[in-house]
Design a protein around this ligand. Structure first.
Ligand SMILES: [Ca+2]
Length: 321
């Protein structure tokens, strides 16, 4: 199947099946890391840590090799994702710590208005200010906390909050959930990798950095937090399995942009824009797909909104851009 044909098939199925948030329409679980580079994950060839949950999901679905975000910083990257628009169409929302103008529509909001049980945990859209009732990623589910293994990790128990959200879902409704970790965003505990049994030799140093102990240690501090992200992917999948929901859920896993290091995050180099992306949907997306399209990621999030009953005028601009 050619790249364009794959995308057309995926989006056509979404369009045809998601008429409302009721009955047997599919659920959407969107999992997003904060500042994780694609090459850190095993499925993309990363070797310094193991990412079993990410890799298993990639095996069961489509692993995108040419997924690019629209902006290499937190708030604008996330603004593009929730609105389906490009940076230049978002006015002040394309800044780093902005106000998100209320005139823009967000896909979680549109799905909620059309019957979906909707929510987010951890880091939704942000950092910034919004004028809508909820965060653009949806109503907040952050009450359940834990004691994380290392300083610098957030106390929100993302997977447990997702479980609470699922348990509050009315039986006849589909859900749309945003699971956004605050990791592997800085800051980091000093040398957590030593407690984690990792060695400096295992750090993978990009060719544009000096290769020394300081750089290697910093990269491993980041890697420990990517492992934390992967653990929450695994727990979220288990929560779906236990409730019999995995078979009818489209799961997307990505990061807003590349790792929080010089020349990557916030910079106009390849490493800031090129992001990990998995699309998993049992019975719809063929397992193990690897040769995938050169498609900007925002389109994937526009398409679920294209359903009867939802106004398309808010997304028309990004469609024609
Ligand atoms: Ca970020």
């Amino acid at each position: 199947m050619t790249h364009p044909k794959f995308i057309r098939t995926l989006l056509s199925v979404l369009f045809l099946t998601m008429a409302t948030g009721f009955a047997d329409t599919p659920n959407i679980l969107f999992i997003i890391a904060d500042d994780a580079s694609m090459n850190t994950f095993g499925a993309y060839g990363g070797k310094m840590i193991e990412t079993p949950a990410f890799d298993k999901l990639a095996q069961g679905g489509a692993l995108f090799r040419n997924a690019y975000n629209c902006n290499p910083k937190c708030a604008p990257a996330r603004a593009c994702l929730v609105s389906g628009r490009y940076s230049w169409q978002l006015e002040e929302a394309c800044n780093h710590w902005p106000k998100f103008p209320a005139k823009f529509k967000f896909y979680p909001q549109l799905l909620m208005e059309n019957g979906f049980h909707t929510g987010f945990t951890g880091k939704g859209w942000g950092p910034g200010y919004y004028e809508t009732e909820h965060n653009p990623a949806g109503p907040e589910w952050n009450e359940i906390k834990l004691q994380p293994p290392y300083k610098g990790m957030n106390k929100v128990d993302y997977a447990a909050n997702f479980e609470a959200f699922l348990d509050a879902k009315p039986e006849n409704k589909s859900f749309c959930f945003w699971l956004g970790t605050f990791e592997p965003h800085r800051f980091y505990e000093k040398d957590p990798w030593k407690k984690d049994g990792m060695k400096l030799e295992s750090a993978e140093v990009p060719p544009f950095y000096p290769d020394n102990e300081t750089i290697r240690g910093d990269i491993l501090e980041y890697a420990v937090e990517v492992k934390w992200f992967d653990q929450h992917i695994g727990r979220a999948i288990k929560a779906l399995e236990e409730r019999g929901l995995l078979d009818n859920t489209l799961i997307l896993v990505t990061s807003d942009h590349g790792m929080p290091f010089p020349r990557i995050k916030g910079q106009i180099y390849e490493e800031g824009f090129h992001v990990p992306l998995i699309a998993y949907w049992k019975g719809v997306i063929q397992p193990g797909r690897r040769a995938l399209p050169n498609q900007q990621r925002s389109r994937l999030h526009v398409q679920p909104c294209r359903q009867p009953g939802i106004r398309n005028d808010q997304i028309a601009a990004s469609e024609s851009a």
